[in-house]
Design a protein. Structure first.
Length: 235
């Protein structure tokens, strides 16, 4: 059975959360408002779609400034080799993000993967104002802007064994729907609290090694409780 790897972007493919850094950088002087929104989201009183909308109200940035800022970040150096190896084996890889299109698209193109499937929220720039759109909103999910569970279900419907690779709380819906979860950071902590089976990873070298073991028809590794470090949010 072929595998489909649905990979979070912020905090996973990009070791740093570009979306969160973008909001911080371009909402300077509004720290108290921004922190209050995050506290409400962490407490479960705010969905990620609404969080994104309200964060954008705090931002002052042109599209040119946003793209230039996004380019100051780097991807996990093991991501590109993992993608090439997985695709060469006949597996599928998709990027699923609760972040913004302008940096996801730009980074994938600059990494040599302009045709790799991806889905995220859309940032519409009007002068120095930013308005979010959610072209991948799932009517079945009232919380997420781009619910990752829908993408997992689509690949499973096509006959793939689905693997959700992520680090943050916005990966929870995808993790619930996936056949296998590779987790670190806040997603790993959530999996442990919820007693959800998962495999921990540090970077895409670990993801690639996991994928090779499946290609050899080895048993799935036992879920680990080893701690790992990553960004606080993960989009």
């Amino acid at each position: 059975m072929p595998f489909a790897y649905l990979c979070d972007f912020d905090g996973t493919i990009s070791p740093e959360d570009i979306g969160a850094a973008f909001v911080r950088r371009f909402s300077a002087g509004r720290d108290a408002e921004r922190d209050a929104l995050l506290e409400e989201w962490f407490a479960g009183g705010l969905g990620h779609r609404e969080l994104t909308r309200r964060e954008c109200e705090l931002i002052t940035a042109t599209e040119e400034d946003a793209i230039a800022f996004g380019r100051t970040f780097k991807l996990d150096p093991h991501f590109a080799p993992f993608v090439r190896e997985a695709l060469g084996r006949g597996d599928s890889v998709m990027v699923v993000s609760e972040g913004f299109d302008f940096y996801v698209r730009d980074h994938l193109a600059r990494a040599g993967f302009p045709e790799l499937p991806w889905a995220s929220n859309r940032a519409v720039f009007e002068g120095d104002r930013v308005h979010p759109e959610h072209p991948f909103a799932d009517p079945a999910c009232s919380s997420c802007g781009n619910c990752k569970a829908q993408h997992v279900r689509r690949y499973r419907g096509r006959g793939f064994h689905t693997v959700l690779v992520g680090d943050g709380l916005s990966d929870r819906c995808g993790a619930k729907a996936a056949d296998t979860v590779l987790a670190r950071g806040d997603l790993q902590k959530w999996c442990e609290r919820e007693r959800m089976p998962h495999v921990t990873f540090e970077n895409f070298a670990d993801v690639a090694e996991f994928a090779r073991r499946q290609d050899l028809s080895a048993p799935l590794p036992r879920p680990s409780r080893t701690t790992s470090r990553s960004g606080p949010r993960g989009r």
